[in-house]
Design a binder for this molecule. Structure first.
Ligand SMILES: [Zn+2]
Ligand SMILES: [Zn+2]
Length: 628
């Protein structure tokens, strides 16, 4: 309580006149409440259930200049209101810190989101098909409809995959591509025809020397048709993750404008689900030019969440030289606090990426890059899947640390679902964080098939990690392998149950709801050195907040995944409004705090959308394009 009032006092001081300061000094016994009355607040939330980092709740908070300036009882905080203050009665709603996915390929997802159909959170095949059909009715003729992943058949009550006939029936002539994880794709009959996968197309292409869109024969040869299906007519094709990635890259590429619009739309969708930040780990097939869209949104003050990004090695064999160039120049046009370069990864050295049997030479290549990174005090995040081979990675990390101290650099290892206790101990000794995702929510059965059933209880040692003091942050790895819905991930964290009801991990290792929330907030912020400014609700922290539609702390566990945001704040501004009645009381404003840049320059008032915030995009040529 004392600390709380000290903060109020501090805020009051900054806005007081000199005369008032004298008065305060003179009246040494003036109560803190009197001082509070002199404080300013841009926004007040009251009559709420606001969670603090120790798990206790307060009723109200004040926001000033994008940060939380005071917290306490509704009555005390309401005393801070002025005629300029936006005052919101939350009627008992729960408020949590804005969620931060610590490992999500958000930049890559944004590039293609504009032309994609999302099946996340659909519960039946007709529901999924109806999303496809409504997109088909809106899309320009002949454009491809793409479901890029983020779903599994177990989420449908029918417990099966859709068929080619079903998607043909709703596609209204559009070619359709539906990806299932990185293992299979379903093509509509005209898409299969265009790519040369049907018998007729094969014949035609043979005669006509290959159509423009036909897949290269080498790639075709790597695709297989489900044995149980009738050859080419099933529409389902299977392949390795590399093959599926290459197939995706054969789809018509979005224009730069589509990339920008898609990124913005995707981030708004993340805001709807309570996200106020993402840590993006680059990854496979994300060339540097892919960052142009998110950088444009940063420059034009249109980012609605905070993006911390690590860069993956662009070229095999040139890792060190490429990173040296990137670090010098690439981050210069970042726009903090919304867009910030965080370091290297998750692919730092190609020869050690998805390689469970690296040679000494492979290890040495990674060592060279990591030693340079350590000497530059750069952050690094590393993709590693399997406990059985992680000693090869840890050996390299220990060698680097023996020469250049990596312990202050907040490096992390992503995935590693089956990390053993000794691996977690080794990570802790190097002060390396652990980025965990809910891949087992979709893939528990596949994991058990590969490694045997007992292995499912040997995963997700979260409480062991906590007891060791290992910083452990949560996320999804979306959007192709997993839904990006953070509440689905939170539900899995606290229950351990997969989408089919299979138990993963020992019950003794499960985090409490508060701990799971902290893995999605404060711990994610730690990975970008921001745990003292983001990820908690406390005076002095950025006002990145989510008002939930139901109480995360008391809903039945199986309903956590259905929670959404009623209102999402980033730096004290509403970036996601979903409740029109509450919104009616909110003044028109842009989506970002940068007052100098809006609204006159970028969002002329006539371009404001029905929800009261800027919905347009400025292209580099200065043309304004309304998108809603
Ligand atoms: Zn990865
Ligand atoms: Zn990843």
């Amino acid at each position: 309580m004392q600390a709380r009032y000290e903060r109020i006092f501090k805020t009051a001081e900054s806005s007081l006149s000199v005369g008032c300061l004298y008065t305060l000094l003179f009246i040494a016994l003036l109560s803190t409440l009197a001082c509070k009355a002199l404080a300013q607040a841009d926004t007040l939330l009251y009559n709420a259930k606001i969670v603090q980092s120790d798990g206790s709740f307060v009723e109200a908070l004040a926001i000033q200049n994008g940060k939380i300036s005071a917290m306490g009882d509704s009555q005390d905080i309401l005393a801070l209101a002025t005629t300029q203050t936006l005052t919101l009665d939350l009627q008992g709603k729960t408020v949590i810190p804005g969620l931060i996915d610590s490992h999500i390929h958000a930049i890559r997802a944004g590039l293609t989101y504009q032309r994609e159909v999302s099946w996340i959170d659909t519960r039946s095949i007709p529901e999924a098909l109806s999303r496809l059909e409504s997109a088909a009715l809106k899309a320009p003729r002949n454009t491809w409809l793409i479901v890029a992943g983020g779903w599994v058949e177990a989420q449908f009550k029918e417990h099966r995959r859709p068929t080619q006939a079903e998607i043909d029936g709703v596609a209204h002539g559009h070619p359709v591509y539906v990806q299932l994880l990185y293992s299979a794709v379903l093509l509509s009959s005209n898409a299969a025809q265009a790519w040369g996968l049907t018998p007729v197309a094969k014949k035609q292409n043979k005669n006509s020397n290959g159509a423009q869109t036909r897949l290269p024969s080498e790639l075709l040869s790597r695709l297989t048709v489900q044995a149980s299906e009738s050859a080419e007519t099933s529409g389902w094709y299977e392949g390795s993750s590399r093959t599926i990635s290459e197939l995706f890259d054969r789809l018509p590429q979005p224009s730069f404008k589509e990339q920008v619009i898609g990124t913005r739309a995707f981030f708004t969708e993340l805001n709807r689900l309570g996200l106020t930040g993402v840590n993006d780990p680059g990854g496979y097939n994300l060339p540097l030019k892919s960052y142009r869209g998110v950088k444009l949104l940063g420059k034009t003050a249109q980012l609605t969440l905070k993006v911390r990004y690590n860069i993956s090695a662009p070229r095999r064999g040139y890792e060190l030289v490429d990173f040296q160039g990137i670090v010098k120049t690439f981050a210069k046009d970042d726009t903090p606090p919304f867009l910030q370069f965080n370091g290297l990864g998750e692919n730092v050295s190609w020869s050690m990426y998805n390689n469970d049997a690296p040679t000494q030479e492979d290890q040495d290549q990674l060592f060279t890059v990591l030693l340079w990174a350590a000497r530059q005090h750069l952050n690094v995040t590393l993709h590693w899947n399997n406990e059985s081979s992680v000693d090869k990675l840890l050996d390299v990390l220990k060698r680097v640390n023996a020469i250049a101290d990596i312990t202050p650099c907040r490096w992390s290892i992503a995935h590693l679902n089956d990390a053993s206790v000794s691996t977690l101990v080794a990570m802790k000794s190097l002060q390396i964080g652990w980025l965990v995702q809910n891949s087992l929510y979709y893939q528990a059965e596949r994991f058990a098939l590969q490694r045997g059933n007992p292995s499912l209880l040997e995963v997700s040692r979260f409480n062991t990690a906590k007891q060791l003091g290992l910083r452990t942050a949560a996320g999804t790895d979306a959007h192709r392998v997993m839904s990006f819905n953070p509440f689905v991930a939170l539900q899995w964290l606290v229950s351990g149950l997969s989408i089919s009801g299979t138990t993963t991990g020992s019950p003794l290792e499960r985090p409490s709801r508060l701990q799971a929330l902290q893995m999605y907030t404060r711990e994610s912020a730690w990975m970008s050195f921001e745990d003292q400014t983001r990820g908690s609700i406390a005076p002095g922290f950025w006002a990145d907040l989510v008002v939930l539609d139901r109480d995360y702390f008391s809903v039945p566990t199986q309903e956590i995944g259905d929670i959404t945001s009623l209102m999402t704040f980033v730096n004290g501004k509403v970036v996601y409004p979903a409740n029109a009645k509450v919104l009616a009381s909110i003044p028109t404003h842009s989506t970002q705090a940068s007052a100098q840049q809006q609204p006159s320059t970028f969002c002329p008032s006539k371009k404001f959308g029905p929800r009261g915030f800027c919905v347009g995009i400025f292209e580099p040529n200065g043309q304004f394009c309304a998108i809603q």
